[in-house]
Design a protein around this ligand. Sequence first.
Ligand SMILES: Nc1ncnc2c1ncn2[C@@H]1O[C@H](COP(=O)(O)OP(=O)(O)OP(=O)(O)O)[C@@H](O)[C@H]1O
Ligand SMILES: [Mg+2]
Length: 451
Amino acid sequence: MKSRNNDPQGGRPKHDEPEIVVGLDIGTTKVTAVVGEVDDGIITILGVGDVPCRGLRKGVVSNIDWTVRSIRDAIEAAQQMAGVEIRTVYAGVAGSHIRCQPSDGVAAVSGGEVQKGDVDRVLEGARAIPVDADRQILHVLPREFIVDNQDGIRDPIGMSGVRLQAKVNLITAATSCVQNVIRCAERCGLTVADVVLEPLASAEAILSEDEKEIGVAIIDIGGGTTDLLLCVDGGIAHTSVIPAGGNNITSDIAAGLRTPVAEAERLKRNFGCALGRMVSDEDEVEVPGVGGHPPRRVARRVLSDIIEPRVEEIFAVVRKRIEDTGLLEQLSAGAVLTGGAVLMEGMPEFAEEILGMPVRLGYPIGIGGITQLVQGPRYATGVGLVKYGAEAIRNARRVKALQAPAHSLRSSRELEEPPRSGGGSSHAGGTRKPPPKPSGNRFWNWLRAAF
Ligand SMILES: Nc1ncnc2c1ncn2[C@@H]1O[C@H](COP(=O)(O)OP(=O)(O)OP(=O)(O)O)[C@@H](O)[C@H]1O
Ligand SMILES: [Mg+2]
């Protein structure tokens, strides 16, 4: 193994050296470790470790030892493939304990022009609300900023004003669930750089900037849970978790066809279809019996008739959740399905019918390297965690550059901002910069910077 490691705290990497970033998706059915090399914003996938896991129930760690074993195996496999030593990971968290609640904050603008420090303070104020003692804030997601009386601002930096207000969504999680994820990783000798809401990571991996901009729903149907995330106007408007997923479909098949769970899982993956009418009446499948009963041949349509009501139930709850937010009309890009369970035939068609919007399958995008290893929807969270980590490192470097002495501060800004025509700066000429034109990309970067 090469001596490279991915410990950003080690002080090794110089300002612009490539960085190894590892995403650790601890799911109900599997643990996936994705190793990416980030060089100047370009992510190259170097390796993946993907092992089954039985240590979680509905997205939450329920058996530490089993989870630790799976994490260890996944990390080991990823290290082997990537040829790097993994020390630090960005870990995902999910489950029904996740809550999303609105909040807001206000701050005086020091110096008449909004600076990053003002935004930090207003977001700090927005998170200063009472949270139950057994819960913690995971993310502060800005929905909009208001400068004096002008609302609907996405990126307030550089705007003139005396009063800055932020409307945000706070994502909170049960502290014990987050701590269990961290404990499992630490027992494998890993440092958790950050704990990230899984559907947020998936969004990083599968959405285009256009979709975030015009409104889109992400529906991640995993083994234990279905995670819903709504992006509207470039920001996160809602997230919630439905405690049902692919494992429920498997259990329904096992009970309905009286076959072992492992066989039900195999039948689902090989012959399952979410929409009964898409299946020919002639097709048959062989169903192994339980308790010594011989196998029998069953119409494939019967298998679909067992699957369909469960899938319908999941999408109906998704639809109701979206309606309850009042954002249905704002999801112009429709919905993107991800998670392993959406690989079943008929899923996008059925989702389109129930949700009444265009639906596509979500595959990780915007990466290079051995992408064929992470091409499926079930890798969206792992790849998204790498992208999230890459962005976090980029923002940390940016802050460091801003804190550097004046001459290097100027050069780092020159690197980041395109040269402005007309020359004079706000400080030199005494005039304020015009408010920057809102841009989806910049706002999305802001959102990530604020996590
Ligand atoms: N080809 C397939 N057809 C149907 N279902 C599939 C297929 N491949 C995987 N699945 C299902 O996908 C589910 C696992 O998906 P995924 O790996 O996204 O879940 P997870 O991340 O482990 O769980 P969660 O996100 O709920 O904690 C399982 O229920 C599995 O049966
Ligand atoms: Mg998952």
